[in-house]
Design a binder for this molecule. Structure first.
Ligand SMILES: Nc1nc2c(ncn2[C@@H]2O[C@H](COP(=O)(O)OP(=O)(O)OP(=O)(O)O)[C@@H](O)[C@H]2O)c(=O)[nH]1
Ligand SMILES: [Mg+2]
Length: 204
């Protein structure tokens, strides 16, 4: 849950990277950690808990202190969930207090069922927490665009963004850092708008 301290003018928000196993969630955080430009070393440590052979077993955590916006000092806490189906309890735990979500889909044709299953699982877990995807800012990231068996964006859009409220989507090749900051910038902008700005939503 966002923490807004009006007295000290601080805003702290939690962003969760969600999606199927091996889709590239941890890779996003690694790239953000490696390339983020911050003022005077206020980049946090990337903490990866209990990983074995590159699979997230618990979660990854990366705090970033961002610019001041409208006088507010903003802090973003980035988390990933473990994508493997068996770790659902952990996913629920990591989702607690979420403010914004990046859904990282794997573009490969053979991963479509897993993408849809993971998206449904996200909605289900939010419901358990009495949250609703329609009221949480989120964006879609179509990752692994470099692979030859990547499905067309239109197909991914049809499967994952075919709802009343369409959300921004991004193509990415996370291990080359392509699309990683575009995605992060959009979700942070949507969150800042929600928590700080007033007036008509404007994400572009
Ligand atoms: N070709 C290609 N490989 C990628 C891309 N993004 C990530 N990978 C690779 O895919 C594998 C899985 O990436 P992770 O970031 O660990 O995936 P994850 O979503 O965190 O997986 P879990 O922790 O199991 O849920 C790693 O070997 C990455 O290097 C991409 O855009 N293209
Ligand atoms: Mg991971």
């Amino acid at each position: 849950m966002a923490i807004i301290n009006q007295a000290s003018k601080e805003l702290q928000v939690k962003i969760v990277y969600y999606g199927p196993a091996m889709g590239g969630k941890t890779t996003n955080l690694v790239q953000v950690h490696d390339h983020v430009q911050t003022n005077a070393g206020n980049k946090g440590k990337l903490v990866s808990l209990a990983t074995s052979s590159d699979r997230t077993l618990f979660f990854d955590f990366l705090p970033i202190e961002a610019m001041s916006i409208k006088g507010f000092k903003t802090k973003f806490q980035l988390y990933t969930v473990p994508g493997q189906v068996i770790y659902n309890t952990t996913r629920q735990l990591v989702l607690r207090g979420v403010d914004g979500i990046v859904f990282v889909a794997d573009s490969q044709y053979e991963k479509m069922a897993e993408n849809v299953e993971s998206f449904n699982n996200l909605e289900e877990n939010l419901r358990t927490l009495k949250l609703d995807l329609n009221s949480i800012p989120y964006v879609l990231q179509y990752n692994k665009r470099d692979l030859p068996n990547a499905a067309p964006i239109e197909y991914l859009e049809y499967l994952l963004n075919n709802r009343d409220l369409q959300v921004p989507c991004f193509s990415s090749t996370a291990h080359k850092c392509e699309g990683v900051f575009e995605t992060l910038n959009m979700i942070t902008r949507m969150l800042l708008h929600k928590f700080i700005s007033q007036g008509t939503p404007q994400y572009a």
